[in-house]
Design a protein around this ligand. Structure first.
Ligand code: ADP
Ligand code: MG
Length: 703
């Protein structure tokens, strides 16, 4: 039997959370820290010293020897630089364990090797990390020891954001301020702060480590670059929600334990649609914490998998032909006294505030569909979005039958006088109770679906940070709120003005609503008719960041300057070209060193067999046919190998990052596909003993 533990006992045990702070900090310091956390006042250095000392003592009791500022540069992962707590040795040769307020608040990692998109010339390499006191510090334990991790923002010396967290915090300020204005219009003066709540459902694949290590494509690119489909894929739907195998279950148990200790409320786990695919969802938390927690979740998934002789693949499309992985970013807006602005109440048509907020979100998503799409773009996600997979690359909004009915009544009649009540869902089985049908029926094909009291943005890639998506959501809705509040604050008759405003928002922006099946060709045509953008690739999505519309939006709320936006666009183009370049080079390596030699060995064996059979006086035509087919594909592979080599070299010559990214998408990727085709054909023919690495079947079904 495996180890037993009590979840309530271990939950948050490695987090410097409110309970610990209350226990260990002097009353006035605790109070000042709380004020700093809500943004009311800055923390003094004297208080920071006291907090740092308490944090250090707490961390050392947990076995920590080092501390690190833990930050999220634009590389897609997290970064850290560890310092031990030791001071310079005293005369007696002893050291003290020290950690000052200054060290807690600010760090100066050499920033020259992180992407900055031209924001910071390398001779001005200094960047600094600044403590985000709203996100709790934690101690991380693993084989390398225990480390106190301090979540920080990462900026250039002149204050430009070089990370994911800084704009996220800025966007949270924006939506807070504008939401409070909306609430005030409805007479709410008791709510003091409004924060987006986020729950990120994380999908991932698990494969056996021994097999993984035989696949250079998985090692270098995180996805398979070759591989014929196994006889069985996901067509039987027998993996989805299926019983979790023991080996995976043991892994999940350890993942949960690690996450719970770190205060991440891992809640749901199940098998996903594709074989070897799984999902983990936490209980939602405030936006910033949820983002940190999702980064931690990805880290823990990978680390724990390794310990179990497994590997966790976070790539959006590790295997062609079966579903890829994404992240569902569940988003709502909540006040400090527990009001969810996206909660419709019993009958939506009575709930004016909710309808106004709904209209505001509709306007935001319609106006900035291109930005929302961009926020979910990363290299791996190009294999999902717009590639006949969930969800499509066109942004639309799902409301469900009941809400859509209310919206239409308002548009058509100017008033909503009824709402479709929840019907009973007959289950038909006498042993099951009749379920109360969810009035907001789920639509799994919508990229942005209203699911009861939150929106679920389903486009984010599984390996990506959820920060960019939330930065966009927070800021575009803040803009809507602002424009609405500007109008309504001036109104003489608020009720009438609000009613007219809702009607106008619904009428003007209803074109973004689509309740049908988003996977169909009809929808693509219909969306085009409605003028909705369809942006199938990351490279085409990036320009959305720097349009005059985007610059105005982000600058007016202090979320990004134009320079920051331009730098982000540049980083993304570069990231795209670099990622494809690595994949292409991995293909050259695998083809040249593994596939071609294997096929030559096999064709030699075939040739010997043809000769031997002939010599024995029998009919060798089958062997001879096979040999012709194999050598045909071999030749094709050799030709495409040379073409890919040339494409990579041509790509390297292009100095403009946008042009280069386009070249990698249009020429290099196409050539990669042309090389893969004969290789996958060969895999189906060549004797398995000759094939140099495990097949899709081995990877997907033998975990
Ligand atoms: P699904 O059917 O999509 O799996 P769940 O109800 O399990 O939906 O919720 C998925 C995620 O949404 C979870 O992380 C959950 O905590 C989160 N969530 C639930 N309510 C809210 C809310 N009001 N705001 C933000 N996230 C929420
Ligand atoms: Mg979901």
């Amino acid at each position: 039997m495996s180890e037993k533990f009590n979840v309530a006992d271990i939950f948050g045990e490695n987090v410097f959370n409110d309970t610990v702070m209350k226990e260990r900090l002097p009353k006035n310091v605790y109070k000042n820290l709380k004020l700093a956390m809500t943004g009311v006042q800055e923390l003094s250095l004297t208080d920071a010293d006291v907090i740092a000392n308490a944090m250090k003592d707490w961390a050392i009791e947990k076995g920590a020897t080092h501390y690190t500022h833990w930050f999220q540069p634009l590389t897609g992962t997290t970064a850290e630089k560890h310092d031990s707590f030791i001071s310079a040795p005293k005369e007696n040769g002893k050291v003290l364990m020290e950690f000052s307020g200054k060290e807690l608040i600010k760090g100066e990692p050499d920033a020259s090797s992180f992407p900055s998109g031209g924001l910071r010339a390398t001779f001005e390499a200094r960047g600094y990390t600044a403590w985000d006191c709203t996100s709790p510090a934690f101690v991380r334990e693993d084989a390398t020891g225990a480390t106190l991790c301090i979540p920080t923002a990462f900026c250039s010396y002149t204050g430009e954001a070089l990370d994911q967290k800084t704009p996220l915090l800025r966007s949270m300020d924006a939506i807070n301020e504008q939401s409070l204005r909306i609430l005030k219009l409805f007479g709410n003066t008791h709510s003091k702060k409004v924060t987006p709540s986020v729950g990120a459902e994380q999908e991932y694949f698990i494969v056996d480590r021994e097999k993984y290590l035989q696949r250079k494509d998985l090692i270098f690119a995180g996805r398979t670059l070759f591989g014929a489909m196994p006889p069985k894929g996901q067509e039987l739907d027998d993996h989805y929600f299926g019983a979790i195998r023991e080996r995976i279950g043991a892994f999940m148990k350890d993942v949960n334990k690690e996450l719970w200790k770190l205060g991440v409320s891992a809640k749901t786990q199940h098998n996903e649609v594709a074989p070897a695919q799984h999902e983990l969802a936490p209980i939602y938390a405030q936006c910033n914490t949820a983002t940190d927690n999702n980064q931690l979740t990805m880290e823990v998934l990978k680390k724990v998998a390794y310990r179990h002789g497994l590997v966790c693949l976070l790539h959006e499309k590790p295997f062609a032909g079966v579903n890829g992985s994404g992240k569902h970013n569940n988003w709502s807006i909540t006040t400090d006294d527990g009001i969810n602005l996206l909660e419709p109440g019993k009958t939506p048509h009575e709930n004016i505030q909710f309808l106004l907020v709904l209209g505001a979100v509709m306007k935001a998503v319609d106006t900035h569909a291109d930005l929302l799409r961009e926020s979910a773009s990363d290299v791996g996600n190009d294999h999902r979005l717009g590639a006949n997979e969930a969800p499509p690359a066109i942004i639309s909004m799902f409301l469900g039958e009941q809400l859509e009915d209310v919206v239409m009544q308002l548009i058509d009649k100017g008033d909503a006088t009824s709402s479709i009540q929840k019907g009973k869902l007959k289950t038909g089985a006498s042993t099951l109770p009749d379920l109360n049908k969810d009035a907001t029926d789920r639509n799994r094909t919508s990229p942005f679906a209203f699911t009861g009291n939150k929106f679920e943005f389903r486009m984010v890639g599984s390996a990506d940070s959820i920060a960019p998506a939330n930065v966009v959501l927070n800021t575009i809705v803040a803009e809507s709120f602002k424009e609405i509040a500007d109008e309504l604050e001036k109104a003489d008759n608020f009720d009438m003005a609000c009613h007219d405003m809702i009607k106008k928002l619904f009428t003007d922006h209803h074109k973004i609503v689509f309740n049908g099946n988003g996977y169909t060709d009809e929808w693509i045509a219909e969306a085009e008719r409605r003028g909705l953008p369809n942006i199938p690739s990351m490279v085409d999505a990036i320009p959305a960041l720097t349009t005059p519309k985007a610059v105005k939006l982000f600058e007016s709320f202090g979320v990004f300057t134009e320079a920051e936006l331009k730098s982000r666009a540049e980083i993304k183009y570069e990231a795209y070209a670099k990622a494809i370049n690595i994949e292409a080079k991995a293909m050259l390596d695998i083809t040249g060193k593994q596939l071609i030699p294997a096929v030559i060995a096999y064709s030699t064996e075939l040739a010997n067999s043809v000769l031997a059979v002939k010599e024995a006086g029998a009919d060798a035509s089958t062997q001879a046919d096979l040999l012709t087919t194999v050598t045909g594909y071999l030749k094709e592979m050799k030709t495409q190998l040379a073409a890919l080599e040339k494409a990579i070299a041509d790509g390297a010559e292009i100095s403009n990052v946008e042009e280069q990214a386009k070249f990698f998408r249009d020429t290099v990727k196409t050539t990669m596909d042309a090389l893969r085709a004969p290789a996958d054909k060969l895999e189906m023919i060549v004797d398995k003993d000759f094939w140099p690495f495990p097949s899709y079947g081995d990877l997907l079904f033998e975990v």
